[in-house]
Design a protein around this ligand. Structure first.
Ligand SMILES: C[S@@+](CC[C@H](N)C(=O)[O-])C[C@H]1O[C@@H](n2cnc3c(N)ncnc32)[C@H](O)[C@@H]1O
Length: 241
C-alpha cells in the first residue's frame, strides 16, 4: 500500500475535483463582513463562538490542514497574519486564487500537519484546525506540535467527529431503516473495506485526553449535530498556559 499521507492527498485532490461542499471558498459577502469587523468562522453548520476569535486582528494565525479558500482568507480579511498549511495542492490553489483576487497576504505552505518543524517554538497566537484529524493515525503527534508552536496564552481551536459517527451503521429495511451500533472504537476504514479511502475514527479519550496530556487546558467546547443524526461534531478550544 501507498504511504497513507500520499493516499490521503490523492483522495482529497479527487474530491476537490468533484466540488465537495467542504471545498467551497468564502463568498464576497463573508469577506466583506470580516473586513468590517464581523468575522464569522464555521465548522460545519456551527459558528466558532465569537468570543474565541474576537481579537485575531494583528495576530499570527495558523490554519492547520485548513486550505480551501475559506478560513484563511476570512481571517486575513479580519486583519490576522495568516499561514495556511495543507497536504493538498488543489485545496491550497483555492487560497492562492482568492488571495490574489482579493489582494490578501497569506503564507501558503504545502505540508503535513504531523510535521511543523518549519516553524519555530511559540510563533503563533492561534491555530485553527478544521475537520482533518480523521486522516491522521495518531492526533497526539499533531497536538504536541501545536503546543510547541503556540505562544503562552495561545489558542488551538479544533473540530472532529464524535465517535458516534463511526460506531453506528445504517441498516436499511422496509420501515425506513435504522442505525445499529456495530463498530468498536477506534475505527479504521481499512478494517472494513479495501478501497483507497483512509479515515480514522478516534475516541474522545484520544481527542480530549490527548489535548490535556500534551499540556493544553480545554477552555471551550460546543457541538453540532447534522441532519443525519449520527453525524455529531464537536469544536474545542484548547489553551496553552
Ligand atoms: C474537510 S477539509 C477541511 C478544510 C475546509 N476549509 C473546511 O473548513 O472544511 C480537510 C483538509 O485537511 C487536509 N489534510 C488531510 N490530511 C492532512 C495532513 N496530514 N496534513 C495537512 N493537511 C491535511 C486536506 O487536504 C483538507 O484540505
Amino acid at each position: 500500500m501507498k504511504n497513507i499521507y500520499k493516499q490521503v492527498e490523492e483522495n482529497i485532490d479527487n474530491l476537490v475535483t468533484k466540488n465537495v461542499d467542504w471545498a467551497a471558498c468564502a463568498s464576497k459577502e463573508q469577506l466583506q463582513a470580516a473586513r468590517t469587523g464581523n468575522l464569522k468562522l464555521q465548522f460545519f453548520g456551527r459558528d466558532i463562538p465569537e468570543e474565541w476569535i474576537k481579537d485575531v486582528n494583528g495576530k499570527k494565525v495558523l490554519c492547520l490542514a485548513g486550505a480551501g479558500g475559506l478560513q484563511a482568507p476570512l481571517l486575513a480579511s479580519a486583519g490576522a497574519k495568516v499561514t495556511v498549511l495543507d497536504i493538498s495542492n488543489k485545496m491550497l490553489d483555492k487560497d492562492r486564487e482568492i488571495a490574489k483576487n482579493e489582494n490578501l497576504q497569506i503564507e501558503i505552505i504545502k505540508g503535513n500537519m504531523c510535521d511543523l518543524s518549519m516553524f519555530h517554538d511559540c510563533c503563533f497566537d492561534y491555530i485553527i484546525n478544521p475537520p482533518s484529524l480523521i486522516y491522521i493515525p495518531n492526533p497526539l503527534v499533531v497536538f504536541r506540535e501545536c503546543y510547541r508552536v503556540l505562544i503562552k496564552g495561545g489558542s488551538f481551536i479544533m473540530t472532529a467527529p464524535n465517535p458516534m459517527n463511526y460506531v453506528c451503521d445504517y441498516i436499511p429495511d422496509e420501515n425506513g431503516g435504522y442505525y445499529k451500533a456495530v463498530h468498536k472504537m477506534p475505527y479504521y476504514s481499512k478494517d472494513y473495506d479495501d478501497s483507497d479511502w483512509i479515515e480514522y475514527g478516534h475516541t474522545m479519550e484520544t481527542y480530549l485526553g490527548g489535548l490535556i496530556d500534551c499540556g493544553f487546558s480545554i477552555t471551550g467546547y460546543v457541538e453540532c449535530q447534522m441532519e443525519d443524526i449520527t453525524e455529531l461534531y464537536f469544536i474545542a478550544r484548547a489553551k496553552k498556559y
